[in-house]
Design a protein around this ligand. Sequence first.
Ligand code: ZN
Length: 264
Amino acid sequence: MRYAVLGLALAALLGGGAASPAHGTLSTDAGGSAQARPAATARALDGRVIVIDPGHQLGNHNFPRRINRLVPAGGFRKACNTTGTATNGGYPEATFVWRVSKLLQARLERLGATVRLTRYTNRQDRWGPCVDERGRRGNRVGADAKVSVHGDGSYTAGARGFHVIAPTDRRPWTHDIYRPSKRLAIDTRAALKAQGLRVANYVAGGDGLDFRSDLGTLNLSDVPTVMVELGNMRNAVDARRTTSPRGRDTYAAALADGLRRFLR
Ligand code: ZN
């Protein structure tokens, strides 16, 4: 114990010495504190906490009673979750968003962020969590932002592209977060566009943004949040991107860039 204390005192002395002008690359007020590091090691998302919500567990369709149970969704009740969609070839949305979310997690962690997920498996013998738990996940960990990742399933002919959904202003549910959530939506749209992705051609407005009051995942959040529908999995062009490793990495890169823009 005594040696440890001595060691700390020595380290403090050495730390103080390192801040001398002879070591010009260190910040002048280093003073031996852990926060004062050379600028080269600072990362864009150091100290940030981000929640990723990979929508729909793979096994939801095996648990209809649990999935159809009504849960709080922000002033009303709604089914716990749904099965999600799939490509016409049978590639499930749950697996698509799981893989994008893991790629996104790795990118965010490389930028210094602490990442929490709403589910930690993608399995046929698991279900949930329900939308109320997904909605509150960021609150519990004091997140700076929460992104819910989905793929859409529109059967409209030629429907393709991404859209970003933010909550409307509904007291007392979303009044505290609707403004920053809209900023997060705009930054996420810009980042997706910067990757060469097109906004959805089948969503009202046509600008890639949608504002909804019926989503528990957004309504129950006390931290800035958006839901992204990355593409229409029933469309052949979007399906090719969602089922390819390169396509999924493009989506993950865009989502990481959107968060980086928002938290800058
Ligand atoms: Zn979905």
